[in-house]
Design a protein around this ligand. Structure first.
Ligand SMILES: [Zn+2]
Length: 279
């Protein structure tokens, strides 16, 4: 058997907190995986289940649940180790319940059930996304497909990710802009800290629903502290901002006023021109 220090050391490298994951001697090999030199770790997941995963019957001993072989080599993509792509091949213990007659596999919090991407890798991808890498770069850095990155990106909007420990700027400027190709609605959304003159955040959608979900992550108390919002006079946002920030005064920003006036003048000219022709 592997000595305790070494075994903890490997768990430490892979950042595995689950006490039920174990490593054997010679558990590491470096070999080619999909054409890339990869560190492949072999481990196993084993414990005595407290109950049956299928029917919920409490396990009091062999008359309830028995060991039922292994589910071998379950592949888990873990975060890179010293620049190498890394994979964990995990043998998961299987059990059979004598009450319902069904079998089930050991579970770990290290990777979600039926998933191949470790939760740590998912966290890394989330952090990369916050730092605005392209989906392609992030996928390569984390040894996953762009589809995986995309899936995680879409889940972020439902997360509780907030900036500056949940504090919002006192003066917020909002606007939409033409986003990169991977944005949901071609146009993206920018939130500016007008007081400090820097970008507070960028959203990959300008849809009212997404903007609402974004700001709702901040507490009502924080939203009530926002004093001014500068924005385009685009109506759907006006109503939304009014609802989200009860105490804020909405200030049309000057650049947009100029544009608005010019558009108004242009359309008046067109109307006048049309009227002249008709007359
Ligand atoms: Zn059962």
């Amino acid at each position: 058997m592997i000595c305790l220090t070494q075994y903890n050391y490997i768990k430490d490298i892979l950042n595995i907190k689950d006490v039920n994951v174990y490593f054997n001697e010679n558990c590491l090999e470096i070999s080619e995986y999909k054409g890339v030199n990869t560190k492949i770790f072999h481990g196993y997941l084993s414990y005595i289940p407290t109950h049956c995963d299928r029917c919920g019957h409490v396990n009091n001993g062999h008359e309830d649940i028995i060991a039922w072989g292994w589910k071998k080599n379950c592949k888990v993509k873990v975060t890179k180790v010293c620049g190498y792509n890394a994979i964990l091949l995990l043998d998961k213990k299987r059990f059979k319940c004598n009450h319902c007659g069904k079998t089930f596999t050991a579970r770990t919090n290290f990777v979600d059930f039926h998933k191949q991407i470790s939760n740590d890798t998912k966290l890394n991808i989330t952090l990369d996304l916050i730092h605005k890498g392209t989906e392609k770069d992030i996928a390569r850095n984390n040894n996953v497909s762009t589809n995986t990155v995309n899936r995680i990106l879409h889940n972020i909007s439902e997360d509780k990710l907030v900036k500056r420990q949940g504090h919002l700027p006192k003066i917020i400027g909002i606007d939409e802009f033409k986003g990169p190709k991977d944005t949901i609605s071609k146009m993206a959304f920018i939130i500016v800290d007008e007081e400090n003159k820097n970008i507070f955040d960028l959203l990959n959608s300008r849809k009212t629903k997404d903007i609402k979900n974004y700001f709702k992550r901040y507490s009502k108390r924080q939203r009530d502290k926002v004093k001014f919002i500068t924005m385009d006079l685009y109506k759907p946002y006006y109503k939304l901002m009014k609802n989200l920030f009860r105490n804020a005064i909405i200030v049309p920003d000057r650049f947009h006023i100029v544009l608005q006036i010019r558009n108004a003048l242009d359309s008046t000219r067109i109307i006048n021109l049309t009227l002249t022709i008709l007359n």
